[in-house]
Design a protein around this ligand. Structure first.
Ligand code: ZN
Length: 463
């Protein structure tokens, strides 16, 4: 029998060791890591994982796309004839940069204070890497035969799209995500979902079965350079500003997809869903705001109801006395499952007007996997037995993850980093934020839950 207090301590030590490695993406930025050199951080983090697993006798390797951009792959082999397709325990090792001066504690110090681990990556997502390491170790220590390979893939470069991580390895080495017979994994467990959320006094656990699509879009304007003392209508800055304002004006109409409907109903937000489905978007928003106090959660829920268009970068002009001849904006477009991404970008061109060109430069479709599968039922059962007062609920997240890369191999990837959080923990606000941190109690809850799901899915004879 596993002593889960000891295992949680072990998990916390792996988390702290990983946080101390500044695997900042992009690496090598002068300000990227609070004065630390982050060159090679991803490889250092991958090497840490490989060392932990390798020294326990688990086959593990570090693979790099270029020096410093390393990922760790490890495998517990199936121990039965005719095994089933593998399970992947997926995570990313890179983290986003920090503004160290805005932190209350050293972002790479991994301080453990009053039962909370502080540091970049504590929630996104070295916490899950640490849990997955301990699950691998526990399965190995138990010596129990597996009915499928269990693969740990802790990869680089998720925060920049995965060209040095999941996307690369999926394309170049699909065998890393498959069994000896070449069959891709039956499922993968990954970041974001799994955490608890308390709305209107009811606690639920998110089981992430879907994520929105991406259509990153450029808006370009041109004009005629001339002297700024003689105003001209042919001004790229003015045209661009007008187009961006038009694109950002007002939320797009709501469209309730089935997984979102069930999620809202489970949260006690059925009224808001009914209003949104009746086309009364303003009333739906008011109904949400009346129940949901956490402002970031509220924005997240609003974004689950619609495609979103967010202009985040604007460049035009170089000098105060020169009418600019060109300008460009970058717009973060996120689409619901079922949205025609090409048609949406064409609609944005209409909205932005004839003075600019609107062009999608990176399009990734949404992912959506069935919620009615063995592994999801195992997640629900494990959560229900660990926290009988709370309900597990399938959900869709609005950001993208490496699930999009594994989808290219047809591998259903579920966000399931189980964490029990007190209602006051502003969990969604901690991603990419100053003072990123995680309570040890959340890991102490999640580790046995994750272990239970993996064991039941992978052991030849699960108790
Ligand atoms: Zn992440």
């Amino acid at each position: 029998m596993t002593d889960w207090d000891l295992a949680t301590d072990e998990c916390v030590e792996h988390l702290r060791a990983l946080v101390r490695i500044p695997s900042v993406n992009p690496p090598g930025l002068p300000d990227g890591a609070a004065g630390l050199d982050s060159t090679g951080g991803e490889t250092a983090a991958a090497a840490y994982c490989a060392e932990v697993l390798g020294s326990a006798g688990i086959g593990a390797e570090v693979l790099e796309t270029v020096p410093g951009r390393g990922s760790c792959f490890a495998r517990l082999p199936a121990g039965v004839p005719d095994p089933e397709p593998p399970l992947v325990l997926l995570s990313h090792l890179d983290v986003v940069p920090v503004e160290a001066e805005a932190w209350s504690r050293d972002p790479f110090g991994a301080e453990l204070v009053d039962g909370v681990v502080w540091g970049r990556g504590a929630v996104d997502m070295k916490d899950m890497t640490a849990m997955e390491l301990v699950v691998m170790l526990e399965l190995h220590r138990s010596g129990a035969p597996l009915r499928r390979d269990v693969i740990l893939a802790a990869v680089a470069d998720e925060e920049a799209g995965g060209l040095h991580g999941a996307l690369h390895w999926v394309g170049q080495r699909p065998d890393l995500f498959a069994d000896a017979a070449g069959r891709p994994a039956a499922a993968a467990l990954n970041e974001v979902g799994g955490y608890s959320m308390t709305v209107g006094g009811r606690r639920i656990y998110t089981i992430q079965v879907a994520e929105k699509g991406i259509a990153w879009t450029h808006v370009r304007a041109s004009g005629t350079p001339s002297h700024g003392s003689m105003p001209s209508p042919d001004n790229a800055a003015v045209k661009l500003a007008g187009a961006v304002t038009a694109l950002a004006a007002g939320p797009r109409p709501a469209r309730v997809i089935p997984v979102v409907r069930r999620f809202f109903e489970g949260l006690g937000l059925a009224d808001a869903v009914a209003l949104a489905e009746a086309g009364r978007d303003g009333d739906a928003s008011a109904a949400l705001a009346a129940i949901v106090g956490d402002e970031v959660l509220l924005r997240s829920l609003e974004a689950m109801l619609r495609d979103t268009v967010t202009p985040n970068v604007i460049h035009a002009g170089r000098k105060v006395n020169v009418v600019p001849g060109s300008g460009a904006a970058e717009v973060d477009v996120r689409t619901l499952p079922g949205t025609d991404q090409e048609a949406l970008v064409a609609e944005l061109q209409e909205l932005a007007g004839p003075d600019v060109t609107v062009e999608a430069i990176l399009v990734m479709p949404p992912v959506e996997w069935p919620a009615d599968t063995e592994i999801v039922r195992l997640m629900e059962a494990a959560l229900r037995s660990a926290d009988p007062d709370a309900a597990p609920l399938p959900m869709m997240i609005t950001p993208g993850t490496d699930a999009k890369a594994l989808a290219l191999l047809g591998i259903p990837t579920y966000g399931f980093a189980p964490l029990r959080l007190d209602p006051h923990v502003p969990f969604l606000s901690l991603f990419h934020a100053n003072d990123e941190r995680i309570p040890v109690s959340a890991l102490g809850f999640g580790l046995p839950v994750l272990h239970e799901v993996v064991s039941r899915f992978a052991l030849a004879d699960p108790r």
